[in-house]
Design a protein around this ligand. Structure first.
Ligand code: ATP
Length: 313
């Protein structure tokens, strides 16, 4: 059974269509990242899955239950790290973690949680003395203390310094190893690429693309670029047919392709057969950032969904 199943999810606020018929499936043990510009509908979607907002239409199943009616036993199986949780400023992280641990039937040990999020030095300091990044670590700690089967991480590393981010990534890797399912929203593309098994890009309340970073590149029609120096006496017309047009830029040939491996093999076979060298042969794949910007536009304003169908994820 999938950990999360969503079909035809829709949510409007007055005239604003925040979520427009989203389909989504997250397998047990999968780490899924939702990406998208501000206002795309990520938080609305995630909060419906958490049971904090009511959908207008669609079917939602989270750990086999409807979040609206899941009740306490269901809630104990999920962990939530919100963007900005409020804390009791006079408590210490250790006290808050211990308090939260008491709400769950199978909590992690308090010291283990403190170590997992890297709050050892501040475990006994009052919350009001913590920095922004340290508070986010405490958010993380409270999200994982109940040993959740499904963890929602809403922009978990915003405000973290680079080493704290690395540490949070290691934490997510550790949670993945315990078999937890994780739904992550993030604006950091490297974070999504590093942590997630699968990425889902939403824009204007719709899924515009999904898959691994490589599959997203293919969806965006960006593919990879193969380039090499044309051997002496060889012209573009002499090259094998690769299905995609080869452009000559001075002495350098370039081909943009979504079948990079097959094309490289074809070219290499051709060159070896003729005993010529393809000098400076390189394969460049677009960065996730380039793909993302291509999908949602530089201003975060996509014209049209790129994928023909919002499709089941
Ligand atoms: N409670 C609300 N009342 C009215 N409109 C809302 C409400 N919550 C969200 N919206 C609107 O719904 C749309 C989707 O918002 P949502 O918060 O889900 O986006 P998001 O993708 O999480 O954005 P961000 O990256 O900025 O967090 C936006 O246009 C937003 O203004």
């Amino acid at each position: 059974m999938a950990a999360v199943e969503v079909e035809g999810l829709r949510k409007t606020y007055g005239d604003v269509v925040a979520v427009d018929r989203i389909d989504l499936e997250i397998a047990e043990g999968e780490v899924l990242a939702i990406l998208g510009p501000n206002g795309a509908g990520k938080t609305t979607t995630v909060e419906i899955l958490e049971g904090y907002r009511t959908p207008d239409a669609g079917r939602v199943r989270v750990l086999g239950a409807d979040p609206q009616t899941g009740g306490r036993a269901w809630r104990e199986r999920i962990g939530i790290v919100l963007q900005e949780a409020g804390f009791e400023e006079l408590f210490t992280p250790r006290e808050l973690i211990r308090l939260h641990a008491g709400w769950y039937p199978h909590p992690r040990a308090v010291d283990e949680v403190i170590e997992m999020v890297g709050l050892e030095d501040k475990a006994d300091a009052r919350v009001r003395t913590l920095s922004g990044g340290q508070r986010r670590r405490l958010d993380l700690a409270l999200g994982i203390v109940g040993s959740p089967e499904l963890l929602f991480l809403d922009e978990p590393t915003t405000g973290f310094d680079p080493s704290a981010r690395r540490r949070a990534w290691e934490l997510v890797d550790r949670l993945r190893d315990t078999g937890a399912t994780i739904l992550l929203t993030t604006h950091y593309l490297d974070e999504a690429q590093h942590l997630a098994d699968r990425l889902v890009v939403v824009d204007h309340g719709r899924v515009v693309a999904q898959g691994t970073a490589e599959q997203l590149a293919a969806t965006a029609g960006m593919g990879a670029v193969i380039s090499f120096r044309l051997p002496d006496g060889i012209e573009v017309a002499d090259l094998p047919d690769l299905g995609d047009p080869v452009r000559a830029v001075g002495a350098v040939a370039e081909v943009r392709t979504v079948h990079a491996t097959a094309d490289v093999a074809r070219l290499a076979g051709w060159a070896v057969e003729r005993g010529v060298e393809l000098a400076d042969l390189t394969l460049t794949r677009p960065s996730l950032e380039q793909v993302y910007l291509d999908l949602v536009g530089a201003e975060g304003l996509a014209e049209e969904p790129v994928a023909a169908e919002p499709g089941v994820m």
